[in-house]
Design a protein around this ligand. Structure first.
Ligand code: NAD
Length: 374
């Protein structure tokens, strides 16, 4: 199969590109970075176009025409950015993604669109506490693709622009399906983690996602900061489990994925952010820390406003209902929470510096330079 993978050199994209090549598909990756697939460059079947898709006339239609299936992974996927530059997030995650969808619809190509579990928003328990008999019951936070209502916060909490843009894109794909028989599949990832999730200090994209933020504190010293007490709960999904599900969606046996939305996540790996910090610190202390390394970080509380700025709000809890993925794809996640963290942390402790030595080295220099200013 000829696959056009837009954003195919990012965290999920790099693992997916590796799997697609391994299965002998030909993959055209369009991305403006290539660091995370550097070891794949030169492999038969891979073509890389380093391109910012926001530029005009870069050849979107020709590349879509040439593909059997199009996978769209391009987005800003980092909460720090939703708060800092909501308009840019909207422009990339909605306007630019819509151009890709339109090209696929016009050229009659199947599109696999990456959306997000953030489209579910908040749980009813987060604002109906007094009226629920058992607000902690997982049933209030278990979200299913085709039945659950989507609950966003107020407009002044502009962090919701990410989820709203993704939701509107999903609604448009659905409408193309209804009115023009467009063939799409939508994936809603639930907190995937694994090697290459983010750089430890991302100089261009602000604060990285929570795993990388904690990992940075463990490796380089500092503090593990819990935003608003770290009480929010998430279901962490190891990237190998996720890629298995995504690959089955690409294969689309008997066309079971046509015009379907899939939750991909590990319902049994639920943990609060506070427990995540404690678990990561324990694993690091027991398995990875050695004499001479920076002191283990303390875990402290910070307000969301101090950490992200005004306009931040977040989903309190989200658990994927994966009945659909189980029944249509025969997929179930296998990795538990501890193995997921150990595998991911091990990568950052052992391999990250080899792959991204320059960035890591620049990072240390930058930290020293900033420290000497105070
Ligand atoms: N990782 C998760 O757990 C998760 C959760 C929910 C949703 N998602 C969605 O899955 C998709 C992939 O996520 P990810 O974690 O791999 O993110 P990522 O940031 O690692 O990957 C996105 C890729 O898109 C590329 N890109 C961004 N803007 C571009 C532009 N203008 N031109 C060309 N390339 C551009 C980036 O260079 C990057 O390689 C995104 O749509 C994200 O919203 C991911």
């Amino acid at each position: 199969m000829k696959v056009l993978s837009l954003g195919g050199a990012g965290f999920i994209g790099s693992h997916l590109t590796e799997r697609l090549l391994h299965e002998n598909h030909s993959v055209m990756v369009v991305d403006y970075y290539d660091d995370k697939i550097s070891e794949l460059i030169g492999q038969p079947g891979l073509t890389l176009l380093k391109q910012d898709i926001r530029e005009d006339n870069w050849g979107l239609e020709e590349h879509v025409k040439d593909a059997d299936v199009v996978i769209d992974l391009i987005a800003y996927a980092n909460p720090g950015l939703y708060v800092k530059m909501p308009l840019e997030v909207f422009e990339l995650n909605f306007t630019e993604n819509l151009k890709i969808a339109k090209a696929c619809q016009m050229l009659n190509k199947r599109l696999i669109q990456f959306s997000t579990c953030e489209v579910y928003g908040k749980t009813p328990a987060s604002f109906l506490n007094g009226n629920l008999v058992n607000p902690d019951d997982p049933a209030h936070a278990t979200f299913s693709e085709d039945h659950t209502n989507l609950i966003m916060g107020p407009i002044e909490k502009h962090r919701w622009i990410y989820a709203s843009a993704k939701q509107l894109l999903e609604r448009i794909l659905h409408a193309y399906g209804l009115e023009q028989d467009f063939n799409y599949s939508i994936i809603r990832p639930f907190n995937f983690i694994g090697p290459k999730i983010d750089y430890l200090l991302n100089e261009t994209d602000g604060i990285p996602r929570v795993f990388s933020y904690f990992m940075d504190a463990l490796i380089h010293g500092g503090q593990m900061k819990l935003v608003d007490g770290g009480n929010h709960r998430r279901c962490y999904t190891y990237i190998d489990d996720a890629i298995e599900a995504i690959y089955r969606i690409v294969q689309n046996p008997n066309r079971v994925c046509d015009q379907e939305i899939f939750n991909i996540g590990s319902p049994h790996n639920e943990t609060s952010i506070k427990d995540l910090a404690v678990l990561m610190k324990d694993i690091y202390a027991n398995d990875m820390w050695q004499e001479g390394m920076p002191e283990l970080p303390e875990i402290i509380d910070v307000s969301s406003e101090d950490f992200y700025g005004k306009g931040y709000e977040d989903s309190d809890r989200r658990i994927p209902d994966i009945t659909k993925a189980k029944s249509l794809l025969g997929w179930e996640p296998e990795w538990d929470m501890v193995s997921t963290l150990k595998a991911t942390m091990n990568y950052y402790v052992t391999e990250y510096r080899l792959h991204y030595g320059m960035r890591s080295w620049k990072h240390d220099l930058l930290k020293k330079a900033m420290a000497s200013k105070h």
